[in-house]
Design a protein around this ligand. Structure first.
Ligand code: 2HA
Ligand code: ZN
Length: 266
């Protein structure tokens, strides 16, 4: 079987297409990485090129990932995966990656590869089943970071109280980073550190990082945060008549049996 026919590959393309459809990934915005749970050799793939990483990824030595290419448009991923995505395998010393599939026009993995690999390492330490890191620019969430306090407790609380589902979907709240230059090891390290505590990290004035065991889980998480941000923006300037109280939030957490950040309540 060709790798393009594998279920995980088709799911990956569909996720990218949905991210584009929802307006989260304009132009070359965003990037998506999936740790593979199958050996790419199974699809007859061999090393085409060696790419240097520029940092130590030895905790992922031998692991393979499907990852979007730098400068590539999510709009084109599903139609033309061979040019827009790649499968890379981290070498035994953790310093390089072997390109096994894709980037056929001479491309490279996303400029956010350090942030993705560091994020995978960080999530795997707390959740050995985590396989997805997703970055994008959801419109309402981004807008919210211009007008809302960036304090993690306040930001998480505001999202929680916009709709009942939020407490169930992200009971640990969301991490928030101030504006930082993207594409650097520094933002990668800061994001990875937050991902030890949260599955969502908001990059103020830029976008979001989401993590999950599956593509659907990471996508659904970001979708829920974005929906909450939209509800916030639709209501923030209007007189508030009703709200989901802290007692209600506690009741939701107890009813659904989720462990929540109690210190994020007032
Ligand atoms: O790769 O979104 O943060 C394009 C970006 C950078
Ligand atoms: Zn971005």
């Amino acid at each position: 079987m060709k790798i393009e026919q594998a279920k995980f590959f088709r799911e990956y393309l569909d996720t990218a297409a949905n991210m584009y459809r929802l307006g989260w990934d304009e132009r070359n915005g965003g990037n998506l990485s999936l740790l593979l749970d199958v050996d790419p050799a199974k699809f007859g793939l061999k090393c085409k090129r060696v790419l240097s990483l520029g940092f130590d990824a030895s905790e992922l030595a031998g692991r393979s990932l499907l990852v979007t290419g730098t400068g590539k448009y999510f709009k084109n991923v599903k139609e033309d995966p061979a040019n827009n995505v790649g499968v890379i395998r981290i070498t035994a010393d953790g310093k390089n990656a072997e390109l096994l599939y894709g980037y056929e026009d001479g491309g490279r993995p996303t400029s956010e590869l350090p942030a993705h690999l560091m994020s995978h390492i960080s999530r795997l330490r707390v959740d050995p089943e985590n396989r997805v890191i997703l970055h994008c620019h959801p419109t309402h969430l981004l807008a919210m970071t211009f007008v809302h306090d960036l304090d993690e407790k306040k930001f998480s609380h505001t999202l929680w109280e916009t709709c009942t589902e939020c407490m169930v979907v992200f009971p640990e709240g969301v991490g928030v980073l101030p504006w930082m230059l993207c594409g650097t090891n520094e933002i990668g390290e800061a994001t990875a550190k937050k991902l030890a505590e949260f599955r969502v990290v908001v990059w103020a004035l830029h976008g979001i990082y989401g993590a999950g065991k599956t593509l659907d889980e990471a996508f659904g998480l970001v979708e829920t945060v974005e929906k909450a941000a939209q509800l916030y923006l639709l209501t923030a300037h209007l007189p508030r008549k009703n709200t989901i109280s802290d007692d209600n939030l506690k009741e939701i957490a107890e009813a659904f049996g989720v462990k929540y950040r109690a210190d994020f309540l007032n």
